[in-house]
Each structure stands twice: as structure tokens, then as C-alpha cells.
Design a protein around this ligand. Sequence first.
Ligand code: OOG
Ligand code: MG
Length: 262
Amino acid sequence: MALSKQTIAQLAEHLESCQLQVRDTPKITDEHPEMDWDDAYAVQDAILARKLARGARLVGLKAGLTSHAKMQQMGVTAPVFGFLVDEFSVAEGAAVKAGELIQPKVEPEIAFVLKHPLKGPGCHIGAVLAATDFVLPGIEVIDSRYRDFKFDLKSVVADNTSASRFVVGGRPMRVQDVDLRTVGLVLEKNGQPVALGAGAAVLGHPAAAVAALANHLGARGQEIPTGTLILSGGATEAVSVQAGDAVALRVQGMGSVGLRFT
Ligand code: OOG
Ligand code: MG
């Protein structure tokens, strides 16, 4: 760790205030270029601790920057991991107030729900499939607290990987009943297809993103508990949205899920 406990607490307060007060900030590595990976995840953990202390519930985990389209769009080269709390959860078809968000974008994702815990190191696609209860379509709404979505990997980890809102729905499927590599995803905005992809865009197989998450947590002595909802990462580049937009995700054989911005 390169940063003091006090600096980590300050950065967590700063980034969470930006989220809650809907304002952006330059990326934090501009002021703290020495920040290392442990610091970045410590800031993220401190944001989670602030939310839990106010009564929030941890409802899931996410992998991000798991597809080439996303890595290319953001100019980075490695996946990142974050948390989901109840205040991020949106009911299927419900409205999100665009005024509560800085610069929202939507991402088409495959969500996993576990029936067994997963623990790295050494977690692989087979272990993930064996531990998965079902998969279902999910839309993640990301909203970087960094001006114009300009960040490096450590800054975005500290900012809980731009997590903001998410919705899951459609038809849950057993993993043996769907080929998660070839499954097609169509993201629609106001009835128009705006991004098209297949599951394999996510690290070759979306379960690989869940394995990477388990291995990341395993390196920190943690596991993914039973029942966890996991967003495996955008299969295409993210699409900007604003008040008035309606977004739907159709996943082949898995129905559709949607939300609106008002
Ligand atoms: C980081 C979060 C990326 C995904 O699914 O790739 C992410 C960002 O692009 O702001 O959630
Ligand atoms: Mg995402």
C-alpha cells in the first residue's frame, strides 16, 4: 500500500460524495500517482463500508472491462471487479431518474446466480458452471464519477468500476440449456438496435469473467458466497443514455429485460 489509511478514507468519501451529489471529478491518480492496486481496492472497500454503515445491503458483485469492445472503448487492458448494493437495483421496466446520474451509459450483460460458493485461486469455467444456479439477462447502468469517463484502471477500481444501477430479468436459464458463447445479445434504445454481441465477447465465455472474479477474491482470502448475483461484464461497448430513453436487452432464448430514463 502506498497511501495512508487517512488518504484512503478521504478518497472514498470524495468519490461517494460525487456519486450522491451527482458531480464529476478528475481521476484520483492525477493527485495520487503512487496509488497501487491494494490502495485502489481499499478505496472501493471503504465506499462499501460507508454504504453498509448507512444500512445498505450487498446484493451482488460485478466484473467489468471483460470484453475487447469495452477495453478498447475505455483504453485499458484488464478486467476490474466491483460490488452491487440494493440502492443500485432497479425493478424490471422501472424508471431511473437521469437527474440522479452524471453521464449514464448502458451495457448488455449476462448475469449469474450461484447455488454454491466459488473460491479461487484455480477457479475455472467448469467450476463456475457447476456452481451456477441460473443465468439471466441483465442491463448494467454505469456512471463514472470521472469527468468524461476519462480514467485509468486504478482510478476506476477505486470508483467501484462506475457501478450505478442494474436490472436483471427475462427468462432465467440453466447453464446446460444455453451455449453462453454463441448466445446472441441485442441492446435496443428507443426500439432501435444500438449494440449487438455474443456471449463469447466476454473473455471467450462469460463464465470466465466469474472465474476471474473468484480468483481475484481468492487472492484476497475471500470467496463468492452462495446466492450471489454476478454481472459478468458488458458484451459490447457501452451506449450513452439520457432522460426520455427506453432501453431493452434481448438475449437469445432468454427473453428480454428493460428500463427507462426519466
Ligand atoms: C468501467 C466499468 C465497466 C463493464 O461491464 O465492462 C463495466 C467503465 O467502463 O466505466 O462495468
Ligand atoms: Mg458492466
